[in-house]
Design a binder for this molecule. Sequence first.
Ligand code: OFO
Length: 168
Amino acid sequence: MIESIESLLNDQIQYEASASMQYLAMASWADQKGFNGIASFFYSQSEEERVHMTKLVKFVNERGGNVSIPSLDKPKGSFNSLNELFETFLESEIFVTQKINEIIFECLERKDYNVHNFMQWYVNEQLEEEALARTLLDKLNIIGDDKSGHYLFDRDITSFEEEGQEGE
Ligand code: OFO
């Protein structure tokens, strides 16, 4: 495996793992605040990121590369508002998309079409997740500080999720 690409894939393992832990912290925060729908949304996002991480670990190993399982920084665990919670979600997804684009760039530079092909799954996944994060943040911006709006947002988050996916 080309060294620079192996190194970027290892970095990506760390980003996916960090996103998984960040979303777990967000789920736990929402759980404590009584937002059960939002908590369940982030518990499942956290699981998804773990799957993305593991998929990379397996791919690097299958290609005969070296995986180095990283240590992680402590995720942000407290938020002043639901808006801040979902801004953190969107920022995290934008960051991961940038990193995936860097891998794609390197694959094209180094003509590694195998890794390029493998990474297309991540490109599509990021499109969906960014669209979803934007949809949810738009809803929250409309709701503003309205408590009953937050109650309904928490209750209906699963249907917003479907709406976000239809919009792609
Ligand atoms: Fe791993 O899919 Fe988003 O970050």
